[in-house]
Design a protein around this ligand. Sequence first.
Ligand code: 16G
Length: 259
Amino acid sequence: MPNSFFADGPVVLPTGGPLYLQLKRWIEDAIHSGAVNPGDALPSERDLATKVDVSRVTVRKAVLQLVKDGVLVQRHGSGTFVAPQTQRVEQSLSNLTSFTEDMARRGMAVRAEWLDRGLYVPSPEETVILGLTSGEQVARIARLRLTGDTPLAIERASLSSRTLPDPAGIADSLYKHLDKTASRPVRAIQRIRAANLNEEDAALLQVPAGSAGLNIERTSYLASGRVIEFTRSIYRGDTYDFVAELRLGDSPATGASKP
Ligand code: 16G
């Protein structure tokens, strides 16, 4: 059953721009104001066209655009719905924690879908970053990280095969596994970049291709200074907030004046 909002009295579209964009804004406003909620069904294309007094082509264009933006979802045979809302997750940028620990602290159960795990001939980049010796293999593990049914991130990690000779032996958490062999990292450098998700990653993360994402590269070190892990992750832009605490320092670069 469509939300009763769509049955209510005369429709006044926001003014300005082409008609399909006015209709799109009207639907977006209804969602933002809470008149229509995540999971609610939209009326059929024909009913909406009659209700708003526009052509079905206009309705189709507005709906397609909203599907592309991830605001609406279409399910074959059952209709068009307001996309389910995903809870945003805050992650501190100052603690070297694992995905499993981050989520456990929030009381969220996590799981992983394995995309790949095995030993490979390293790329030149992996050889340099991980400091691999000639002929040494690289262990690669690629996972889709989810909470419940919501995918949050894709993680593709590379480690030396000396550190991880049996990638298939990881049960759930990589860091827990490394802990057991006293090779859990103690320090990491993380680089974060904005990205638009390509088709493959967007499909895995269940968002439209081109959606906003965060590309994160983490290079992790042992206390000895040896690199233990190089991970490229792609996080959904609509679910993650990375939070850093900043303090006034006494380095000249901060602009702080010395007494
Ligand atoms: C985090 C790390 C990732 C690490 C993983 C281990 C970021 C951006 N990435 O997701 O580098 O491999 O934790 O998690 O924070 P696990 O122990 O749950 O497998």
